[in-house]
Structure formats: structure tokens, C-alpha cells
Design a binder for this molecule. Structure first.
Ligand SMILES: [Fe+2]
Ligand SMILES: [Fe+2]
Length: 231
């Protein structure tokens, strides 16, 4: 069984288990700018009990590994098949949901404008930023990075590998950026909890953003921790 351990650095933990980002965020652990620190040193600094934390995070990690999506061991599959899976399932889902959620958000913003307070306006802004970032990101992968990776597996060369790794750096930064917006959304919505008595559309929108986030975690995991590691 794969386990996360205290000697791993924070960046590595998030690469293996994207859901760790939310856990770190909850504890105020900065895995992004201080991703080179070990998990142990970050926990000690925050005075968090190491063994208890490791048990909890490994429980979530097991659930993630056992979830239907993460179950296929993509490391053993043809990379072209992995790329196809990423584009056909995760990219298709993300494009569709970004548009649907955007329209639904606009609808509830209009209906609840006078009595929703600041929360909906902030969510609308954050989601708009996420949509813009992600749409360009998906296209960058489909039109730029993925064709280069496919070509590399057909005709490998050091030169092509260097260009790919440069672009991978950009792509990974964008993953981190999207992760930050998702954290803000999670915080602003209190973990996607709608106010009491919220209408059906309101509940639906938060549920959809929650599902989009879960899919993005699996999606980014496949890219950062599997596809980019086999190049
Ligand atoms: Fe992607
Ligand atoms: Fe990506």
C-alpha cells in the first residue's frame, strides 16, 4: 500500500495526492511557496501532532487511491492512452461544467442580488477567474503540450524533452494557480455550504463546483504525478 510519510516534502505530497492541498490549507500549511520543506517540519512548526496527522491524511489518500477513477494504474498504460483519457473524460467534463456553472451562477446572482450579501458576488468573481484560467490551460495542453509528448514517445530526442519539461513547468504552475482559486472558493462558500432555505439552483451550483473540484484533483494528479513523471 502506498503511504505518505513525514520525510516527504510538501510539494511531493500534493503531487501524489492533490486532495492534500485542501488539508494543508485548512491547517494553514503553505505547500506552495514552501513546498520544499518536509511534512514533518511543517507539522512541527504548526504544533500539529505528526502521527495523528499522518494517519488522517493517509486515510483520505487511501480513499482517493481506491476511488473508481484513480484505481486504474495509468503508470502501466500506454501514455497515449492516458492522454486520450485525460482529454476525453476530464477535459470534456471541465469545459462542459465551466459553461454550465457559469450560466447557473449568473442566474442565481440575478435572483438573489439584493439579499445574498457579498458571498455570491465573490463566488461569481472567483469562478470567472477559474473559468478563464482553466479554459486557456486545457487548450494549451491539447494544442501544445500533449502533441509534443506524443511526438516524444514516437521520436524521442533530448531537445524535444527539454522543450517539454519547460512547458511542464508552466503547466504545473497553472495547476497550482487553479488550486489557489479553488481554495478561495472553498473558503468563501464554507466548504460549498449553501445558506439555509437556499433555492434548488443555488444548491445545484455549489454541488457542481464541488464536483468540478473533485474531478480537477484527479485530473491534475494524472498529469503531475503520472504523465509528467514518465517523460
Ligand atoms: Fe489537463
Ligand atoms: Fe492540466
Amino acid at each position: 500500500m502506498n503511504r505518505l510519510n513525514k520525510e516527504q516534502n510538501l510539494g511531493e505530497v500534493v503531487a501524489m495526492f492533490p486532495g492534500a492541498a485542501r488539508i494543508f490549507n485548512k491547517e494553514g500549511i503553505d505547500y506552495c511557496c514552501h513546498g520544499d520543506r518536509t511534512l514533518e517540519s511543517a507539522l512541527l512548526e504548526k504544533e500539529i501532532e505528526v502521527i495523528g496527522f499522518l494517519n488522517e491524511i493517509n486515510k483520505s489518500y487511501d480513499e482517493f487511491l481506491n476511488s473508481k477513477e484513480a484505481y486504474i494504474d495509468w503508470r502501466k498504460e500506454d501514455p497515449n492512452k492516458l492522454i486520450e483519457n485525460i482529454v476525453d473524460t476530464h477535459h470534456a467534463f471541465t469545459y462542459r461544467e465551466l459553461i454550465e456553472i457559469d450560466q447557473l451562477l449568473l442566474k442565481i446572482l440575478k435572483v438573489h442580488y439584493h439579499h445574498s450579501g457579498e458571498e455570491l458576488k465573490t463566488v461569481h468573481k472567483l469562478f470567472g477567474a477559474l473559468k478563464t484560467e482553466l479554459e486557456e490551460h486545457l487548450i494549451k495542453e491539447e494544442e501544445g503540450l500533449f502533441p509534443m509528448i506524443k511526438e516524444y514517445f514516437k521520436n524521442p530526442s533530448e531537445e524535444l524533452r527539454d522543450s517539454i519539461m519547460k512547458l511542464v513547468g508552466v503547466i504545473e504552475n497553472e495547476h497550482t494557480g487553479a488550486g489557489h482559486i479553488l481554495q478561495d472558493l472553498y473558503r468563501e462558500t464554507n466548504g460549498y455550504k449553501t445558506p439555509e432555505g437556499a433555492c434548488t439552483t443555488f444548491n445545484l451550483v455549489y454541488k457542481k463546483i464541488d464536483e468540478l473540484e473533485k474531478d480537477l484533483f484527479i485530473h491534475i494528479h494524472k498529469e503531475n504525478s503520472i504523465l509528467f513523471k514518465i517523460i
